[in-house]
Ligand binder design. Structure first.
Ligand SMILES: [Fe+2]
Ligand SMILES: [Fe+2]
Length: 279
């Protein structure tokens, strides 16, 4: 148990482990274990969604990271229809895999869901016309509802939302504008506001922007590994979100929601890991 006044949450997504990745991120995982109290992995844990790939990742994580680990799956983790097996392997390795679920770790609440595509703001795709369009939009709505119910179950003063897809346009900017609608959905933003989330982490947009805010000012961090390496070449490729322990231990409003105070964040000043994953 950490004895400091803060809880340090490390976040990095899109590690895209393949069959040959054993050991490639061991230096990064070692640094995370040194700098953080909790590790969050927001999806695309594997390249092709193979159980074989996630076994390699689970071995590397188990060898280096002794702190609690919380993950959601990404779209790549669904590619081979082995997502149940991937979840089972990670769970057996001690990872909390969230899919519309929540977990409390060291007094901090985490709600996790993959999310889905559909676009942002006025460009958000609506459920109109062909059945295929309605089904596509429904998937996006369903993921937002899962996020909402996961957040509703948390009674902690601080809530961190873990997504793979982005809930805002701001953190996908940098990608080609033509693919923005496939990188996230504004439908994911409403639950974040309703439950006054302290911070949001997501991945998926490898060439997006590392920081943004919801319309109500909630900080959103794109922690995609390729993005962090490109933007912070002299620093380790993970983001640290700090949650004050005294706030984590404080009470909530009568309705169980947080007081709305925001957490701090920083990228720790340590040397960068050089090995590149398959992205
Ligand atoms: Fe990815
Ligand atoms: Fe992805």
């Amino acid at each position: 148990m950490p004895t400091r006044d803060i809880i340090r949450i490390a976040a990095v997504s899109d590690v895209h482990y393949g069959k040959q990745s054993q050991g490639t991120l061991q230096p990064l995982f070692n640094q995370i274990a040194e700098h953080a109290d909790i590790l969050v992995l927001p999806g695309d844990l594997t390249d092709y969604g193979l159980a074989e790939e996630v076994r390699v990742l689970a071995r590397d994580l188990s060898a280096a990271v002794k702190i609690p680990i919380i993950a959601v799956l990404g779209n790549h983790d669904f590619e081979s229809d082995q997502s149940d097996e991937i979840t089972r392997i990670l769970t057996e390795a001690g990872v909390h895999v969230l899919d519309g679920d929540s977990v409390e770790v060291l007094g901090v609440g985490f709600a996790g869901v993959k999310g889905f595509a559909g676009g942002f703001g006025r460009g958000t795709l609506g459920p109109w016309g062909e059945r295929a369009i309605k089904q596509f939009v429904q998937e996006s709505v369903n993921e937002a509802l899962k996020l909402e119910s996961a957040l509703a179950r948390l009674k902690t003063p601080h809530r961190i939302a873990i997504l793979h897809y982005s809930p805002i346009q701001g953190t996908v900017e940098g990608e080609p504008v033509e693919i923005f609608p496939w990188l996230g959905s504004s439908r994911l933003e409403e639950p974040l506001t309703r439950y006054q989330v302290s911070a949001v982490v997501h991945g998926h947009a490898h060439k997006g922007s590392p920081e943004g805010r919801t319309t109500t000012g909630i900080p959103v961090y794109n922690v995609s590994l390729p993005l962090l390496r490109a933007r912070y070449p002299d620093q380790p490729a993970f983001r640290i979100i700090e949650v004050p322990r005294e706030i984590a231990a404080a009470g909530t409003n009568e309705d169980g929601r947080a007081h709305g105070r925001r957490v701090g964040d920083r990228v720790p000043p340590a040397s960068r890991v050089a090995d590149a994953p398959s992205v």
